[in-house]
Design a protein around this ligand. Structure first.
Ligand code: ADP
Ligand code: MG
Length: 411
């Protein structure tokens, strides 16, 4: 019988199918993106005046598509190559900045982040967003620089910011009395209705060019996966059956979600399962097991949950409690709030006010964690009905509890 130490040591030294596993990380930007050439061309045509006629206009494009359609990775790759080319071939100072509005949720945090990415030291206190922005603009003027700024997950900004802040951001040049327009934008959203719901005056400043990203078909996913296999795995260590299987189940044309992220995640897990079995090859069996484990929806949802603050998580916990206890699918806003208040009391947290809770509902909805609908006139007039978008598993419950514990600890 091997000792625990021997088991550990054997497994550390055990064989692996992975050559460079980090190339499967969601943040990794590969050099080529199969089936996104056309999108890169569209972006280039849209932004080429930044190079051909710099400063004349501030260009705006909206990139729209579901999760996992390559919006983030494609704009990143486009932006960095475009800026590089402008510098090396044209001697222009063009910088690309990518900001995630989910992390930087306010205009203020967003402008500070913009400053940071430009390596500009902006005092973190005492200045308004407007002042920070004009500091940035002065800096660009002094260096004769041009910027393409991507506001990724822009839905969050729209849904959490005031009308004035959105207005300020998108109408930049009416506020800053400058004639040379140095900042252009790419707005990434999941759903165009976010933009359509805005005031006309704002909408017209955003909706100039729309670039749509469609969910991937199976053959497209196959090429994407094959590329990652070559980057991240040892030669010949992934069977074609496994690849075909993962691309088929996820292909949009085959009833899947067309999500490249989930597909790559499944591929990685299949590799880990092969390692576990000490198999030199990722087989169809590994791919199937990986697929059933990567519960499509909940995996990406879990990924998103970890950036939530305490109170939205508490609201989520309340919904989980309700579903388990009442065995219903839909709950009224009132029921949800009542349970939320109980959950707060239980851990000694002051419950937030109604308007704030309503805000959490909106945020969770935006993240795809819950869905809402208006009730018919029947129950106590009109009310919002809330339901979770995923089935509750023990794992998920434990995960939510851990998140709550985690956020309580750092408070
Ligand atoms: N065409 C592609 N080629 C290679 N990898 C891709 C492609 N499209 C998406 N990916 C990968 O799939 C994952 C999800 O893509 P991402 O850009 O984050 O999607 P989105 O922003 O639309 O949700 C990332 O790991 C990304 O690198
Ligand atoms: Mg993205």
């Amino acid at each position: 019988m091997p000792t625990p130490a021997e088991i550990i040591s054997n497994n550390i030294e055990g064989p692996t199918v992975f050559k460079e596993i980090y190339k499967l990380n969601p943040d990794y930007v590969p050099d080529v993106l199969p089936h996104r050439d056309e999108k890169i061309s569209e972006l280039t045509v849209t932004f080429r005046d930044v190079i051909i006629d710099p400063g004349r206009s501030s260009i705006r494009a909206v990139v729209v598509g579901r999760t996992g359609t390559g919006k983030t990775v494609t704009t990143r790759l486009f932006g960095s190559k475009f800026a590089e080319l402008a510098r090396s071939k044209r001697g222009l100072k063009v910088e690309y900045v990518h900001i995630n509005c989910h992390r930087q949720r306010t205009l203020y945090l967003l402008t500070i982040e913009l400053g940071n990415q430009l390596k500009l030291s902006v005092p973190s206190r005492g200045l308004s967003s407007q002042e920070v922005f004009s500091t940035i603009h002065d800096y660009l003027d002094r260096r004769n620089m041009h910027l393409i700024v991507t506001l990724d997950e822009f839905d969050y900004f729209v849904n959490t910011s005031s009308q004035e802040d959105i207005y300020f951001l998108v109408r930049l040049y009416d506020e800053l009395a400058t004639s040379i327009k140095r900042i252009s934008y790419i707005f990434i959203v999941r759903d165009i209705s976010t933009i359509l719901s805005l005031d006309k005056a704002i909408r017209d400043h955003i909706l100039r060019n729309i670039i749509e990203f469609q969910p991937y078909k199976s053959n497209e996913l196959y090429d994407i996966l094959l590329n990652r296999v070559n980057l991240a795995f040892y030669d010949g260590s992934v069977s074609d059956d496994a690849l075909k299987f993962i691309s088929e189940v996820n292909g949009f044309d085959k009833g899947g979600s067309g999500n490249a992220r989930v597909s790559i995640e499944t591929l990685e897990l299949a590799g880990r399962l092969a390692d576990r079995d000490r198999s030199p090859i990722v087989s169809l069996v590994h791919a199937k097991e990986a697929n059933s484990r990567v519960n499509q929806e909940s995996s990406s949802i879990i990924d998103e949950m970890k950036i939530l603050d305490l109170h939205p998580i508490l609201l989520l916990k309340s919904l989980i409690n309700l579903v388990k206890r009442e065995r219903k699918e839909y709950f009224t806003m009132g029921e949800a709030e009542e349970e939320y208040t109980n959950v707060c009391k239980l851990i000694g947290e002051e419950p937030r006010r109604h308007t704030q809770v309503y805000e959490y509902v909106r945020r969770l909805k935006l993240m795809g964690i819950i869905s809402t609908q208006q009730s018919g006139k029947g129950i106590r007039g009109k009310t919002t009905l809330i339901s979770l978008t995923f089935p509750i598993s023990q794992d998920l419950e434990n995960y939510v509890d851990k998140l709550i514990e985690g956020t309580l600890n750092i408070k």
